[in-house]
Structure formats: structure tokens, C-alpha cells
Design a protein around this ligand. Structure first.
Ligand SMILES: Cc1ncc(COP(=O)(O)O)c(C=O)c1O
Ligand SMILES: [Zn+2]
Length: 419
């Protein structure tokens, strides 16, 4: 087959990725399965040398995240490899919700449309490629639910073994989604932070040798997957950055990487530089970042989570301080809403836009409403919210049910006042 000028002749395992770089001190490392700086323990992230990237090149690419492969640490032939191929989810113009809240322009980036119905398919897709390159044979993770499902499915597709770890007591929909793909699902008697600590121990042990933990030893690669949300939102808006965006926070990785994605688009010249504000959303019952924001602190005080938004229940969020930096730099903020408001917001989004979000989407929609109410969000500015997961996985959060049960007769229908 002819090789075009834009396609390199040899497959590069990490595409434009050139190194890992410490977010704190800038020390650089070879691309390898490490995640913390040896000098300052800061988190490592992928550094790049981007070539020419054009809108045309992207638009003629696959209808999934691999259309952005020239901005991601993945093999140049990634689209040919067995992967879940997530992304290019709908950016729904939310006129009815906008009208109800008094906003001029609102879109919902609906990531429940991914293969396992959450944004986690994006991050896992990148981690799978790193795992393949590093020769890991088992895929693993510590998860608040959605990640476990995304890892199980991706492992099945790509031919890895899998063993995922979740806190005991997760929603049934999340557990079934994680287990159905045939891998091991281990519930740990504790909360997510306990699960995460356990996984760190396992990585250091021979039992975890040859295991790729998507969000631990593969975290620098995994995290880059969330940049594709930023790329897609900008492309779907007609190659424009939104002016305001509301994003849910668990560890804070997604929010941090959406911001990184927007900045990269400006850097490579795919969009015009214009100011945008980033708003973070948490549930009141697990709001360490929002509380730090409220109190003007730049360190995060860990909390013990107690909320129905279990997917966001990380009491000690690794990227919390970076979220605070981004909210400060962009003029956004970090807010929280209680469980009743979460349920109410799930119903609001469903009723106005036909989108059934999981509890995390309720948090985001609830925070959007709160921001408007408190005058913290400009109602005239172009606004996007991210729905990161599917309501079918958290059915018990809502009490919606049949309007009435009647005999199969017109008379009964009318008698019930339903006509
Ligand atoms: C549905 C959903 N939304 C948002 C998040 C937040 O992700 P992050 O840890 O990147 O902040 C998660 C994390 O598990 C999630 O499951
Ligand atoms: Zn460092």
C-alpha cells in the first residue's frame, strides 16, 4: 500500500509521545510503566513532540478517538489493533434545559454513549495500548465502578486476563457490567481509597508482576485518554473552545486532562485561543476539592465519602490540587450539591433532554443549576456540561416508575384520569 507523506513508515509505539515528565519538577523519564517522580514523588505525565496536525487529517480519520491519534501516546497503527474504539459521542444541543435554566447556549457532551456507557472507555483505550507495548498480560485497576467495566470489556476484546478491584457495596449495575466479561472482580471491604492503597501494595509484590494497572502504573497513559473529550467538544462545536465547561470530579484526572486537551488544540493551531472557564462538580458527601475551594485552601483535606454518587466517591483525590489551579487560572470554581439535588438533576436532564445520566451526571447537572442560580456562570456564554455515565447503572438512585397499573380497558384508562 502507498505510504502518504503524513504517515510515518515505521510504527512508533507511543506516536508523538517522547517522554514522561514530572508535573512538579519537570524531571524527564523514558516512556515506561512508572507514575511518580523519583525525586519529588510528583505525578508523571506524557510529554510530546507534535508534528503537523490539521483539521482535515482529523476529520478524515476514524469515527472514534483514534482520529486524534497524532495527539495521543498510541501506536501509529492503533486503529488496526483490537480495542474498544470509544469516542465521538454526541454533543447534544440542550435548548430545552438551557431555556429552563435561563442559559443562551448549552450543550451536553453525552459520554454515556461509549461502549461500556461511561467516559472510562476513553482512558482505558489508551492504557490498553501501553499495556500491550510493555508486555503486560493482565489488566487491572482500582475502580469506583465504571472503570472496572471498561477494563473488563477492553481486556476481553484485546485478549488480556483481567482482575479488577472495587469497594464492596457498589451498585448492582456496575458490578454486573464489570463481571460479565469473564475477568475477576474483587470487592474490597473498604472505600475506594482503601482499594487504591491495596493496589499500590499489589504492584510492589510479585503477585502483581506483569499486571498493568490502568490507573496506577499506567496512569500517565490512561489519563491522556480524557484529552479526547476536549478535542471532540472543540471539533463538534465547529473547531471552537467552549466559553464555560462543567466537569465532574472524582480523582480530578478527567478535568485536568480536558484542560490540557484545550491547551494543546491552541498550541498546535487547531483552534483559536480564547478564554474558557472550567468548573468542577462534586457531591456534597464527597467534596474535598469543593471544600478546599470554598475555604481558599491549596491543599486537599481527605474525607470519608458518604454519597449516592459512588462513581465520584474518592475521598483523597490525586489531582485535586491541579483542579484548584485550573479553576483559579481560568476563572471557574468548584462546587458541590447534595444527594437530593443529584436525584432532582438526573430527572431534570432526563425530562428536558431525553438523557438518562448516572449519579455523576446528576452531580454535574445539579452543579450547573447551582452555578446559574448563584450567578457564578455567565448565562450568555457558550456552555458545555459533560455527562460521563449512564443512568441504567445507577437505577436505584431514582424512584421513577409506572404512572398507574390498570385493567386492559379504555374505561379503566379514563377512570384513572389518564386520558
Ligand atoms: C461516571 C464518572 N464520572 C466522572 C468520574 C471522575 O473521574 P476522575 O477520577 O477522572 O475525576 C468517574 C470516575 O470514576 C466516573 O465513573
Ligand atoms: Zn519531580
Amino acid at each position: 500500500m502507498a505510504i502518504t507523506a503524513t504517515e510515518p513508515t515505521a510504527v512508533r509505539a507511543f506516536g508523538p509521545g517522547t517522554a514522561l515528565s514530572c508535573r512538579e519538577c519537570g524531571e524527564r523519564y523514558e516512556l515506561s510503566p512508572i507514575f511518580a517522580c523519583q525525586f519529588c514523588f510528583g505525578p508523571l505525565e506524557v510529554a510530546y513532540d507534535f508534528g503537523d496536525v490539521t483539521r482535515e487529517q482529523i476529520e478524515s480519520g476514524p469515527k472514534n478517538i483514534w482520529r486524534y491519534r497524532s495527539l495521543l501516546p498510541v501506536p501509529t497503527n492503533v486503529a488496526d489493533l483490537p480495542n474498544m474504539n470509544p469516542g465521538l459521542t454526541p454533543l447534544v444541543r440542550a435548548d430545552r434545559l438551557a431555556a429552563e435554566l435561563g442559559l443562551r447556549s448549552l450543550h451536553v457532551k453525552d459520554d454515556s454513549a461509549n461502549p461500556t456507557h461511561s467516559f472510562k472507555d476513553r482512558v482505558v483505550a489508551i492504557a490498553v495500548e501501553a499495556a500491550r507495548t510493555f508486555g503486560f498480560t493482565t489488566l487491572s485497576c482500582s475502580s469506583t465502578g465504571n472503570l472496572a467495566g471498561a477494563v473488563g470489556a477492553a481486556a476481553a476484546r484485546a485478549g488480556f486476563d483481567s482482575c479488577v478491584f472495587i469497594p464492596a457495596g457498589l451498585e448492582e449495575g456496575k458490578v454486573v457490567m464489570a463481571a460479565v466479561y469473564g475477568g475477576k472482580v474483587v470487592a474490597i471491604d473498604g472505600n475506594y481509597d482503601d482499594v487504591n492503597r491495596f493496589c499500590s501494595e499489589l504492584i510492589g509484590d510479585e503477585a502483581g508482576e506483569s499486571w498493568g494497572f490502568t490507573n496506577v502504573n499506567l496512569r500517565p497513559y490512561y489519563a491522556e485518554g480524557s484529552k479526547t473529550l476536549a478535542y471532540e467538544i472543540a471539533e463538534q462545536l465547529g473547531w471552537r473552545l467552549p466559553e464555560q465547561i462543567v466537569i465532574p470530579i472524582a480523582s480530578g484526572s478527567q478535568l485536568t486532562k480536558i484542560d490540557k486537551g484545550f491547551q494543546e488544540l491552541v498550541k498546535v493551531g487547531l483552534v483559536e485561543d480564547r478564554p474558557y472557564k472550567v468548573f468542577g462538580a462534586q457531591a456534597t458527601g464527597c467534596s474535598p476539592v469543593a471544600k478546599a475551594w470554598e475555604n481558599g485552601h491549596d491543599v486537599i483535606q481527605p474525607v470519608k465519602p458518604d454519597t449516592i454518587a459512588k462513581s465520584l466517591a474518592i475521598g483523597n483525590p490525586a489531582d485535586g490540587p491541579y483542579v484548584l489551579d485550573i479553576a483559579t487560572r481560568t476563572g471557574g470554581s468548584v462546587e458541590h450539591v447534595g444527594d437530593d439535588e443529584i436525584v432532582d438533576a438526573i430527572k431534570l436532564l432526563a425530562r428536558t433532554e431525553g438523557i438518562f445520566a448516572e449519579t455523576a451526571g446528576g452531580v454535574t447537572t445539579g452543579v450547573l443549576r447551582k452555578l446559574v442560580r448563584e450567578g457564578k456562570l455567565d448565562p450568555e456564554a457558550e456552555t458545555v456540561i459533560v455527562n460521563t455515565g449512564d443512568g441504567l447503572k445507577t437505577l436505584n438512585a431514582v424512584d421513577s416508575g409506572v404512572t398507574a397499573t390498570i385493567k386492559p380497558s379504555l374505561a379503566a384508562f379514563k377512570a384513572e384520569g389518564l386520558a
